[in-house]
Ligand binder design. Structure first.
Ligand SMILES: NC(=O)c1ccc[n+]([C@@H]2O[C@H](COP(=O)([O-])OP(=O)(O)OC[C@H]3O[C@@H](n4cnc5c(N)ncnc54)[C@H](OP(=O)(O)O)[C@@H]3O)[C@@H](O)[C@H]2O)c1
Length: 341
């Protein structure tokens, strides 16, 4: 006998198939191709979204390439478990899985999904979603979960308040530009290390002093020992001891990124950070996870006009592979958004 309370609610007037960007082996953007696939059905605890906008993050291209290889332990040893790329998605609820009571068909939502935003429709765990306020466009909302959420977490871990001075290393990408926006919103003074290309932009985001990372390294005298209440390192290339030297006693260095070997990636740097961390100058590795509370706060700021993403460029869904290639090249300034489903 079927328990009708557990049955998925039927989705109205949806096509049976769709053309979606899919990936069945790890590699560069050329491994992501358009395919005709069934429109997915939401399982228990999931909803079906009609995708309005997907923003891309460097994490999407790490997953695409399966690098560092450690990534494959969680996301599929031989091939990506989830064939759809694009984790930050804003869209409209068009189908409801069993047991979902928090959302209804027609709701506008946003969240960090396991993947799949580069498609007309995607299923999403309801627990990952937040309602999108009418004042915030889908494109803006899609930029917030990973990049905005990571910047929020970094400032939280840095334990800084109005009047503090921080150094942001790698200020020009998605996480970097949101870190600057949120720091300005909180009255925190920012010094920034960034590429020459983004100097004007970073100054416009409120940085008090901006240095070209090709000229001034974290160990350079221009930055001065013990000059900062905290350092937020998004570039992940500087020596940990050089970073520690920059903070005042009691300050912290938040390690958002850490480049390393092809196999273990940042793991070695994280272990070194644990060994070198001192109560007087903490080294704090950050591992951001989807957080609907932070996302709600970010949407609240955006709805009040107090937070706006820097969007470098938008692409239509038909050209999503070009957007992935752009992020894969590693020189994104702000955010990249793919529009439409
Ligand atoms: N720990 C976590 O939970 C977490 C969460 C999200 C992201 N992340 C990490 O944070 C980093 C940024 O992510 P994202 O999505 O914001 O990346 P993104 O948008 O692709 O960032 C690209 C930007 O980084 C700049 N950059 C690269 N190397 C640099 C260096 N040595 N010094 C200064 N700037 C540099 C580039 O500037 P140029 O073009 O001038 O080089 C470019 O503008 C990634 O490594 C990502 O893996 C970590």
């Amino acid at each position: 006998m079927t328990d009708t309370t557990d049955a998925a609610a039927p989705a109205a007037a949806l096509p049976a198939t769709m053309t979606a960007w899919q990936q069945h082996r790890y590699g560069g953007p050329e491994t992501v191709a358009r395919e005709t696939v069934p429109v997915p059905t939401p399982s228990a605890g999931e909803v079906l979204l009609r995708v309005a906008a997907t923003s891309l993050n460097s994490g999407d291209v790490r997953l695409m390439r399966g690098e560092p290889l450690l990534v494959r332990a969680a996301f599929g040893l031989r091939r990506p478990k989830h064939p759809g790329r694009g984790m930050d998605v804003a869209g409209t609820v068009v189908g409801i899985g069993a047991g979902v009571t928090a959302f209804a068909v027609g709701d506008e939502v946003v969240g960090e999904l396991p993947g799949g935003g580069l498609a007309p429709f995607v299923v999403a765990p309801a627990a990952r979603l937040v309602r999108r306020p009418a004042e915030v466009t889908a494109a803006t909302a899609s930029t917030l979960p990973i990049a905005g959420g990571t910047a929020w977490r970094a400032l939280e871990l840095a334990k800084v308040a109005a009047g503090a001075r921080i150094l942001v290393i790698g200020a020009s990408g998605g996480v970097g530009t949101f870190t600057l926006r949120l720091a300005a919103e909180r009255g925190i003074e920012v010094w920034a290390l960034t590429g020459a290309r983004a100097r004007e932009l970073v100054t416009g985001l409120g940085a008090a002093r901006v240095f070209d990372y090709a000229v001034v390294q974290p160990g350079a005298p221009e930055l001065g020992a013990a000059s900062f209440d905290a350092v937020i390192d998004i570039a992940g290339t500087a020596r940990l001891r050089d970073l520690q030297r920059l903070v005042r006693p009691g300050g912290g260095v938040v390690l958002v990124s850490g480049h390393g070997g092809r196999v273990l990636g940042p793991v070695g740097r994280i272990l070194r950070a644990i060994v070198l961390s001192r109560r007087s100058r903490r080294l704090i590795p950050l591992a951001a996870t989807p957080d609907t509370g932070i996302l709600t706060s970010l949407l609240g700021l955006a709805a009040k006009g107090r937070l706006a993403p820097v969007v470098e460029r938008t692409w239509p869904l038909d050209e999503a592979r070009d957007a992935l290639a752009h992020v894969d090249a590693g020189h994104t300034v702000g955010k990249v958004v793919v529009l439409g489903g």
